[in-house]
Design a protein around this ligand. Structure first.
Ligand SMILES: C[S@@+](CC[C@H](N)C(=O)[O-])C[C@H]1O[C@@H](n2cnc3c(N)ncnc32)[C@H](O)[C@@H]1O
Length: 243
């Protein structure tokens, strides 16, 4: 495991707010009321989504559908980074054979309890949950084939640390498939300084050039940003990169 510096007081405060916000979503079951509209805009297969019990489908909090990239894998180890209530985890596990593993990883333990409900009774890969911070991953070097991340990378308070950790756990040739947010201009200094803005998925949104540079610095190549689409005041994009 690489050594990542201790979080600054600002980072610790932002992370506490992120954890509190998502714990509230999980315990009060107050996920987005318009989960189906969000899922349709994100490219989630609606026939699959509509066949799920509403309490499970309703956990969707993503901005794309990186789980849709998982096809034709055998014996794969996949990490769903910042898995939330685990809808990508479920789809990934259903796509993969029983000799594969999907590790549903999230900072917020209350959400991992929901993942158990989300994946209950499915056929496919084994699913394990892991409460961890993507900036300090408790996984060995080079053991993961694919990392998927849906709307979670923008919440990393230290993106360089998170991307270095993702590159470290991926095997050579392993892939990151993410959907996340980018912006096309500067944010006001007050937004950048506000840990609550970070927790609400705005303050941590960076420009594409910075995102790309951070991934390259962490050791990724073949970095692609595709499918730019408006998402509130920013853009959602699909990101893929190879170690
Ligand atoms: C917008 S939600 C997306 C959840 C899920 N991927 C989905 O599409 O429904 C972002 C998730 O990232 C998690 N998260 C935020 N910061 C994290 C970190 N540093 N490490 C791991 N997970 C984190 C949050 O707890 C939350 O579940």
């Amino acid at each position: 495991m690489t050594h990542t510096p201790d979080p600054t007081p600002w980072e610790a405060q932002a992370k506490a707010l992120i954890r509190r916000r998502y714990a509230q979503l999980a315990t009060a079951d107050s996920f987005h009321a318009d989960a189906r509209d969000k899922a349709r805009a994100a490219g989630v297969p609606l026939a699959w989504f509509d066949a799920l019990p509403p309490r499970i489908a309703g956990v969707f909090s993503g901005c794309g559908w990186p789980a849709g990239t998982l096809k034709n894998w055998n014996h794969a180890i996949v990490v769903d980074l910042g898995c939330g209530g685990g809808l990508d985890t479920r789809f990934a596990a259903e796509q993969l054979p029983a000799d594969s593993d999907v590790i549903a990883l999230d900072l917020t333990p209350e959400l991992l309890a929901r993942v158990h409900d989300t994946v209950s009774g499915i056929n496919g890969a084994n699913v394990r949950t892991l409460a961890a911070d993507m900036e300090r991953l408790p996984l060995a070097d080079g053991v993961v084939d694919v990392v998927i991340a849906n709307a979670s990378l923008n919440l990393a308070t230290d993106k360089a640390a998170a991307f270095t950790e993702i590159a470290r756990i991926l095997c050579p040739g392993g892939c990151l498939h993410a959907a996340d947010l980018i912006r096309s201009g500067p944010l006001p200094a007050e937004i950048l300084a506000d840990p609550m803005a970070m927790a609400s998925s705005l303050g941590g949104v960076v420009e594409e050039a910075e995102f790309r540079a951070l991934l390259a610095r962490a050791g990724f190549s073949e970095i692609e940003f595709t499918g730019h689409r408006p998402f509130g005041p920013v853009f959602a994009v699909d990101i893929s990169a190879r170690k």
